[in-house]
Write a protein that binds this ligand. Structure first.
Ligand code: BGC
Length: 768
């Protein structure tokens, strides 16, 4: 009771309390009949400074802490800044700690039971403010055992199907809420410009427009409007900004990028995320032009809040506030790091106790104002009100199993996997195979959970269909499997030889290779967070395995299961077919098998260029005109596969595109239309793509930029007309003075099935 009369509690709250004794027993902020804003206005003045900073403080879940404490020594933990552990706060002390009101949020709580336990402790705190629980549910809430695992984002982007991405995100939100989480650290709308970077697979690829569209679909699915209600979650636009082109290719390494490139390429998906209502941002690990994102006022405040009017809150990334001191060395102490970060515009600290005390001191020393603290706390509390947490922070533990991996969700995951698979090559239409083919299957990813991708913890085997299982289910008795183990790093000579020998008995070999992104297989990982590569070929001896099988004379179909592009020209020259499956999720093996046997007609298109070699980076389709004026002396200058490319088992014919108006004013608009006909002999999806080039401009412009796309289904012989509206912002760019303008002149509009020149038909538009 004493605390209620703390002098820091305002008169208004006191009056409200007195009033309540007479009128009602519920404090206004706990009264669901009041608006969220009224409840917030009532709560904030009741809070002490410590309780406010508590709301800005996030911690990792107790179970994760306990695991780290159990499995690693203090010295190991201290060295591994990627593990959740607090030297001065043992997991056993956490319950009492929450009850002091010093914790506002948790991350990585993977069971409903733990979520409820944490909330029960939060309810015992003075004001009973519920916790906001965040998780990396980037393709399903896959750190939770038993959840639906959808294709990883690179695969999602390959579908070019926004409705499917939105649906999967809505389903993810419901699985998250059922298990006690309210905030997904997704979409990752980094522009992936360097395939060495291990996180490429968790992005939507290299193109700013496609990434923006995918990001918006994800946000719409997760937040479903303004996220008010019990079945919705907060989305998170990350990583703000420009981590997708690290100078060394290694996660967290510096980004040196011009303001022009930031504005033209890296900013737009984030701006679109705000327009779609995203309520949280996450700052990037990296520095941007010498200033770490976490201390970057230009990024966190000037652009985000002042220029774009963002009203939500920014969370720091894992330990990145401390890294201002420990890695970047812009801060001379932890306290200085906290100061730099909060002063720059960061609102919530991920994660741990080394934030509250320094920030309290900074406010007491008048270096940070309490008003600044209020600015951070308000949106955090508002989110908790809107999500309904003040009304009921608990979940029904007995209902969890029914809410996860439902039939409906499995259907979406399967359909998404089908549409994400990209058929890269198919010599003499060897695919699809007849089900009576005697198939030989091998490779480290044939019977592996690598199909699940990154940000996944162990899943029940019955929820995962591996590629082998998918093939066996569709053609029982016709599949011979040789197990070379599931470690892409460790292929043994004896297994290579034995596999080649066994292959001889079959009609066709399917070799499943690629990368290992699994978080729970730390030693075996070759991609995923913090796992960069200096090369893009097939890791280890995987190519030798394929070559050994190919040398027997048997036709080889390669299935790639990987997060990042694999540059292995030998495959294109020497194998019969290449299927890029990316990380297709729990239903991925079924989808791959369906493509192989023609149950599904592949329709995925590449969201990222596949270069000829690692040295060919940055191989992006929207390069500047002079990029390839000269040639490499030691290798072909072209890419292996271009952005937007993907084969089908049918063929599509494009008509010459037509413009409604061939001349428009800089503020005018027009439309371009094209007729697409399925001239093959089976139904199929086609993604019709629109690219635009500004022919002449004050400042150099890319040779083409994606400005629209539409995925259509065409039956055999069917024709559909696709029309794209051409609006001024599709023609505009930042001129010499960085004004966003449409320059008069000619523009080339290109419509077709990929970004390849030979796949595009063009028409000229004049802006007068
Ligand atoms: C990653 C974030 C992620 C966070 C929480 C960080 O290491 O960079 O993307 O959301 O961890 O798991």
């Amino acid at each position: 009771m004493m605390a209620l009369f703390d002098t820091r509690i305002g008169l208004a709250s006191l009056l409200a309390l007195i009033g309540l004794n007479v009128v009602a027993s519920v404090l206004p902020y706990k009264d669901s009949d009041q608006t969220h804003e009224q409840r917030l206005a009532d709560l904030l003045p009741r809070m002490t400074l410590e309780e406010k900073i508590g709301q800005m403080s996030q911690y990792v879940g107790i179970n994760l802490l306990a695991q780290s404490e159990k499995n690693m020594t203090i010295e190991q933990l201290a060295k591994s800044d990627a593990r959740g552990f607090y030297p001065d706060l043992h997991s056993s002390e956490m319950p009492a700690f929450i009850e002091t009101g010093k914790v506002g949020s948790f991350l990585h709580v993977v069971t409903a039971k733990e979520a409820n336990l944490l909330q029960r402790h939060a309810m015992k705190s003075r004001l009973g403010i519920p916790l906001l629980i965040g998780i990396d549910a980037i393709h399903g809430t896959a750190m939770v055992r038993g959840a639906t695992v959808y294709p990883a984002p690179m695969g999602m982007a390959s579908t070019w199907n926004l409705a499917l991405v939105e649906r999967a995100s809505t389903e993810t939100a419901s699985e998250m809420r059922a298990t006690g989480s309210h905030w997904s650290f997704t979409p990752n709308i980094d522009i992936a410009r360097d395939a060495r970077w291990g996180r490429v697979g968790e992005t939507f690829g290299e193109d700013s427009y496609l990434v923006g569209e995918m990001g918006v679909a994800t946000i719409n699915g997760l937040q479903q409007g303004d996220f008010t209600g019990q079945n919705k979650v907060l989305a998170n636009a990350k990583h703000w900004v420009a981590g997708g082109d690290p100078i060394t290719g290694i996660n967290l390494s510096p980004m040196d990028v011009s303001l022009r490139t930031l504005r033209e390429d890296f900013f737009p998906p984030f701006k679109r995320a705000i327009e779609a209502g995203v309520f949280t941002f996450m700052a990037a690990h990296n520095e941007i032009n010498g200033v770490p994102a976490h201390a970057n006022r230009f990024i966190l405040t000037d652009v985000l809040r002042k220029e774009w009017g963002f009203k939500g809150f920014v969370v720091s990334d894992w330990m990145d506030v401390s890294r201002l001191h420990t890695f970047h060395k812009t801060a001379t102490s932890q306290k200085d790091a906290v100061y730099q970060s909060v002063a720059a515009g960061m609102d919530m600290h991920m994660h741990g106790p080394r934030f509250l005390t320094p920030l309290m001191a900074l406010v007491e020393e008048d270096k940070i104002t309490e008003e600044r603290i209020n600015e951070s706390v308000k949106p955090i509390l508002l989110a908790k009100f809107k999500l309904g947490l003040f009304d009921d922070p608990f979940v029904d533990e007995s209902a969890v199993s029914k809410a996860l991996f439902t039939k409906e969700h499995q259907k979406t995951a399967l359909e998404m996997a089908r549409q994400s698979i990209v058929l890269l090559s198919n010599k003499e239409n060897i695919l699809p195979l007849s089900k009576s083919t005697r198939l030989f299957v091998t490779g480290p990813n044939a019977n592996s959970n690598a199909i699940l991708g990154d940000w996944v913890l162990r899943q029940p085997p019955k929820n995962v269909t591996t590629v082998l299982e998918g093939l066996e289910a569709l053609s029982p008795g016709n599949v011979d499997f040789y197990d070379v183990g599931n470690q892409v790093k460790n292929l043994l000579q004896k297994d290579i030889e034995a596999a080649a020998k066994r292959a001889e008995k079959a009609d066709i070999a399917v070799v499943v290779v690629g990368e290992n992104p699994l978080r729970y297989d730390r030693k075996g990982k070759t991609s995923g967070e913090n796992v960069a590569r200096s090369s893009l070929d097939l890791y280890g001896r995987q190519l030798e395995l394929i070559q050994a099988i190919e040398s027997t004379g048997i036709p080889v179909i390669v299935v790639l299961v990987n997060g990042r592009p694999i540059a292995e020209p030998w495959l294109l020259d020497n194998t019969e077919a290449i299927i890029e499956a990316w990380e297709p999720g729990g239903k991925g093996g079924q989808a791959v098998a369906e493509v192989i046997y023609g149950v599904t007609n592949p329709s995925g298109k590449l969201p990222m260029t596949i270069p000829y070699s690692v040295g060919h980076g940055q191989a992006i389709y929207d390069h500047k005109p002079s990029a390839y004026r000269h040639k490499y002396v030691d290798a072909p200058t072209h890419n292996l596969f271009e952005f937007g490319f993907g084969l089908s088992y049918t063929q599509f014919k494009y008509s010459q595109p037509r413009l409604a108006n061939k001349r428009i004013s800089p503020k005018g608009s027009t439309a371009v239309s094209v007729k697409v006909t399925n001239i093959g002999d089976r139904a199929g999806y086609e993604t019709v793509q629109l690219y635009i080039r500004d022919n002449y401009s004050q400042v150099t412009r890319p040779v083409k930029e994606l400005k629209g796309f539409e995925k259509i289904m065409l039956n055999k012989g069917q024709t559909k007309t696709v029309e794209f509206k051409i609006q001024p912002d599709m023609l505009a760019y930042f001129d010499l003075d960085m004004n966003y303008v449409v320059e008069p002149g000619k523009f080339t509009l290109m419509v077709g099935s990929s970004s390849r020149k030979s796949d595009l038909k063009t028409v000229q538009l004049t802006v007068k």
